[in-house]
Design a protein around this ligand. Structure first.
Ligand code: NAP
Length: 270
């Protein structure tokens, strides 16, 4: 097995990375090759943000890679393991096949006015925001004009991304077994003159959301996960469920709703 460890730069994460390496090298009769370029398995050590960075580092090799998340803080949405479980993780890695679990991704295609297009994948979400002034954009669903949006911005989130930015702006938490994309509004203008749906909406796996910014001054910010794309001269942005998926190796099942409860609600109180 070719293995890469992708860590953030925090002291705890670097220590955990050393512990994983040491435990793997101490194991007898196991064919582990450390390979940061063409791994079969990537262990992300850090937070959910680190897993996002690992995903983008290896996004061109998704069909060959299985991810494993080790969180060095709390229980994460992309991490099954915590920092005091290095020995248990290494034992599972060496002795168990594990189950492959795949989650949907978002495809974002941007067409620029000179005719060229870019294509990005997002694990959490893509967003178009206008930090100064009002974003004005036409939203099409499956080619039909749905609404003219006015407000701070719009996000399109995957199910696993639904607990990130999407949740903070009032989006629903979506189970990752559903191959859908959720469009959510950031502070839309809604009054007698301007009208948007005013609630998040969820599109299915074969549907396309197209956003056409109306002010061509390049003052929007277009993000995908922690990254961004140039917003000058954007003709349109298309968003849909990607054909690719991200694969994780799961050695023990952690119920999605348990993660949600643990992260956002906490232990039961009397
Ligand atoms: P970041 O500092 O890497 O992350 C911001 C926070 O979001 C961290 O606490 C991170 O958890 C958490 N997070 C990331 N993905 C999540 C998910 N799928 N479910 C629940 N929590 C998640 O921020 P960034 O580099 O700017 O952006 C990375 C992601 O963070 C974005 O894709 C966005 O979803 C999220 N974010 C959320 C807000 C918000 O809620 N207002 C603002 C900015 C970014 P860890 O501590 O485990 O890394």
């Amino acid at each position: 097995m070719r293995l890469a460890i992708y860590s953030n730069n925090q002291k705890t994460s670097l220590e955990v990375t050393d512990q994983i390496r040491a435990a793997l090298m101490a194991a007898d009769n196991h064919e582990i090759i450390f390979d940061q370029i063409r791994p079969d398995v990537v262990i992300s050590v850090g937070g959910d943000g680190t897993l996002l960075a690992a995903f983008h580092e290896y996004s061109a090799q998704l069909t060959e890679i299985r991810f494993i998340g080790m969180h060095t803080g709390h229980l994460g949405f992309y991490s099954d393991w915590q920092k005091d479980e290095v020995q248990a993780l290494v034992a599972s890695l060496l002795n168990e096949p594990g189950k492959t679990v795949k989650y949907p991704l978002l495809e974002m295609v941007i067409k620029y006015s000179d005719g060229h297009t870019t294509r990005q994948l997002a694990l959490n979400e893509a967003a178009i925001k206008r930090p100064l002034g009002t974003l004005v954009a036409d939203v099409y669903i499956n080619g039909e004009l749905f609404e003219r949006f006015r407000g701070d911005g719009l996000t399109a989130a995957t199910p696993t991304g639904s607990t990130g930015y999407n949740k903070s702006i009032g989006g629903a938490v979506v189970h990752p077994s559903l191959a859908v994309i959720q469009l959510s509004e950031i502070a839309s203008l809604n009054n007698r003159v301007y009208r948007t749906l005013g609630s998040p909406l969820i599109v299915g796996p074969s549907e396309t959301i197209k956003i056409v910014p109306r002010r061509n001054d390049g003052k929007e910010i277009i993000t995908f996960d922690h990254l961004n794309q140039p917003s000058q001269n954007v003709e349109w942005i298309e968003l849909r469920v990607a054909t690719e998926k991200i694969a994780f190796t799961e050695y023990r099942h952690l119920e999605f709703w348990h993660r949600v409860k643990s992260s956002f609600i906490g232990p039961e109180v009397d």
